[in-house]
Design a protein around this ligand. Sequence first.
Ligand SMILES: Cc1ncc(COP(=O)(O)O)c(C=O)c1O
Length: 405
Amino acid sequence: MTAPVRTRGSEELIRAEEPVLAHNYHPLPVVVARAEGTWVEDVEGRRYLDMLAGYSALNFGHRHPALIEAAHRQLDRLTLTSRAFHNDRLAEFAERLAALTGMDMVLPMNTGAEAVESGVKVARKWAYDVKGVPADRATIVVAADNFHGRTTTIVSFSTDETARAGFGPFTPGFRIVPYNDLAALEAAVDETTAAVLIEPIQGEAGVIIPDDGYLAGVRELTRRKGCLFVADEIQSGLGRTGSTLAVEHESVVPDVLLLGKALGGGIVPVSAVVGRREVLGVLHPGEHGSTFGGNPLAAAVGTAVVELLETGEFQRRAVELGVVLRDGLAGLVGKGVVGFRSRGLWAGVDVDPALGTGREISERLMREGVLAKDTHGSTIRLAPPLTITAEELEGALGVLEKVLR
Ligand SMILES: Cc1ncc(COP(=O)(O)O)c(C=O)c1O
């Protein structure tokens, strides 16, 4: 088969999307056609350093050879069975993911939002079956400025009005408290509380890192009050912060972990709820499921991802290069950067609003060959593939310095 003749350039492709594609995103005006490692190339052959990595879905870079090989091998053998039957890849995926995270059981799903929805259902079921909360009274306590996805239930407990307006009526049963505030959490948790659901680091909010002791405090409080600690590690997990999980920075073990993004190796959507047997054991046949969750292709890629993480190499890189990122950003404070937060290879950079919005800065970075994305206002999120080299990272920081000058 011959390759299709390319007849349309970037500008024409962007224009072509306008009438036929729902306008639920506002992408940077770059049309990516191929990618390898930390680099992407647009339709015209211009190269860009990827400093976003698919919001951490590409922790191992684009087309990591071990992941591509695992996918190819599986494509040639078996891709989908549904869970009506067993498939020969799922047991190993679940065993190794449970071992990697120190948990007992795995509920495989596809997208991050599905993992969150599934976590909410599991927590409620646990509250009724194990804790003894009266029917339909369970509550889940979440943090303000959270981002857990886009379904109707998830936006029900968002505090982002853009994400909510026009999508009610909302799902009841959630209490919202300020992030990083143990006293507020203490006041909100009562005998109806099934779980506290938080991001160990709030990604969308601008890489907000809680005070030392907060995660350990959440662990102590949830244990003392008899409810679950559910950690959404969909963006923070799988190597990004320098450890397999962000909760490890405080040596905390939650009851339930929500994983996604990088679990699919940037190839297929793979997510999972991972937890203790007493919690995930509440599900019985017919109570929850997904046609695609745990499919053999996803399980093969997910297993290869776990195998990469088992080496510890990517976590180490995130620690070592995280120092380069932090030092580089520290050097830009006062030179267009008003503040930043970073852990491992993940940073939220607050740019002086006088120099432009986050969007404008991202467009300037793009024109200089670096892809990054704003979060809110004048905050830029940096989350390069964990395969990035020190030279590439320093190059990206140099470009940031240049566009802020
Ligand atoms: C912490 C967190 N949870 C959940 C999600 C939702 O994941 P998905 O977009 O795959 O549904 C995201 C996505 O950005 C996230 O950052």
